[in-house]
Design a protein around this ligand. Structure first.
Ligand code: MG
Length: 441
């Protein structure tokens, strides 16, 4: 088991993920990538510069060349790995977590996020690193064009004739989405209304998670301005949620199902997603003649499976969609641009009407390491004893005819999550409550 690496990188509050630990980890990361060229990017969190300097110092001291992208969204940084032909990228971001958190995420030269398993290999190198001699210290340079290059590449994927004139409200969460989204949608010819567009690592406008409760202002603005649609990103811009022209919140699961609809209408291939994603995604893919491959939760598992199966599209239930012809990153900006392009055919509410309706209930149980294991084991034992159809790709997922429930330990926080989905909200609620009880043993 990795000591520091979790589902996607090393995450912690400032007294856990300290500059000293960041230095040690980065020496090991640089050695793992054999002293190549490594990109560095960070989100707007207040601890970002302190951690970044430790990371850069470490990499340079063991002979890696460092290209510092500075303040940068995660999809931008991940896009730049291939664009600049780097050997790896380190992103200092805690994504949707509260502002006191930060994390080190590692992406390899192919654009694949480093999993806990590869993290374990990196950790095994810690403590045995040798500094290079004084004349072999790696170069450190800055690259300030990343957002512009990323925007230009997205513009190359979208038909501007279809997006021109659409009225769009965007909520950047005071995060790094503000470096990309306003310029991108203006360049697509949209009339853009921006909320929380000032970068601020304290996230004063709203918490960085784009939950329905957190994007009330966006919803109100879409309605009051008669906009065609709204969108909101998480703190580092890889995940996006939509708001339709009537002010209806479109959860991440549906953003992914819509993306499948748009992508598979013009191309073929399998779809990769996690075991916690709505069956709506599978229904849409099947209808369009594609197969869905399920993985454990976390970007690294998605990326690895997408490469293995040469998938057409990948995504997760919280609104992260990977368009592999562009990059292996969850790209909330490309996903948002594809949505605006789709509006040329019909309004978002009409697109949503094509997605099968399911009801979701998401509960969480406070639990630390050993308690997490016990809770998941209780549910697995119950499923086995009762002969239920279950998969253990990540936690325990139990499938019934028209519904399912998953109980899994969260890889980044002290929770066990219970997700239930059914064709009616009553069944979803009772299923979630039932398994909350069963999890107690
Ligand atoms: Mg994120």
């Amino acid at each position: 088991m990795a000591k520091y690496f979790g589902t996607n990188g090393v995450r912690g509050k400032f007294d856990e993920l300290t500059p000293a630990l960041s230095y040690e980890l980065s020496c090991a990361i640089g050695t793992y990538f054999k002293g190549g060229t490594i990109l560095i990017a960070r989100d707007a969190r207040l601890t970002g510069p302190a951690i970044t300097h430790a990371v850069i110092s470490a990499l340079s001291s063991i002979g890696c060349h460092v290209i510092d992208l500075g303040l940068c969204s995660s999809p931008t940084a991940e896009f730049m790995v291939k664009h600049l032909k780097a050997d790896a990228c380190i992103i200092i971001t805690a994504s949707h977590n509260p502002p006191e958190w930060n994390a080190i995420k590692v992406i390899d030269g192919k654009g694949v996020a480093v999993s806990a398993k590869r993290g374990e290999e990196i950790e095994s190198l810690m403590g045995q690193i040798k500094l290079v001699s004084w004349d072999k210290v790696g170069k450190i340079s800055n690259h300030e064009m990343a957002a512009k290059e990323h925007i230009n590449a997205i513009l190359g994927q979208i038909d501007r004739k279809k997006t021109a004139g659409k009225k769009i409200v965007i909520d950047c969460a005071n995060g790094t989405a503000a470096l990309v989204a306003p310029k991108l949608f203006a360049s697509l010819g949209c009339e853009v209304i921006t909320i929380n567009g000032q970068i601020d690592g304290r996230f004063p406008g709203r918490p960085s998670e784009p939950s329905e409760q957190n994007v009330k202002t966006l919803i109100e603005t879409v309605i009051s301005t008669n906009a065609d649609a709204g969108m909101a990103w998480d703190g580092d811009g890889d995940r996006v949620i939509f708001v339709d022209e009537n002010g209806k919140y479109v959860i991440g699961d549906l953003v992914f199902a819509l993306s499948i609809l748009w992508k598979l209408s013009s191309s073929k291939g399998d779809v990769v997603t996690t075991v916690a994603t709505s069956k709506a995604a599978e229904d849409v893919a099947k209808k369009l003649g594609s197969k869905v491959r399920y993985t454990a939760i976390g970007a690294p598992y998605l990326c690895e499976e997408m490469v293995r199966s040469r998938a057409a599209l990948g995504g997760e239930e919280v609104g992260g969609v990977i368009w592999p012809e562009f990059s292996l990153a969850k790209d909330g900006f490309l996903t948002g641009a594809k949505m605006v392009e789709a509006l040329s055919t019909k309004p978002l509410s009409k697109w949503l009407a094509q997605i099968p309706k399911y009801y979701n209930v998401k509960l969480k149980i406070d639990a630390i390491a050993d308690e997490k294991k016990k809770i998941v084991t209780n549910v697995l034992n119950y499923a086995k004893k009762n002969g239920l159809k279950c998969t253990t790709i990540d936690g325990v997922r139990i499938d019934f005819d028209d519904s399912w429930v998953i109980v899994r330990a969260c890889g980044t926080e002290n929770y066990v999550r219970v997700f239930a989905e059914a064709k009616s909200s009553e069944i979803a609620v009772s299923l979630a409550k039932e398994y909350l009880e069963i999890s107690k043993g």
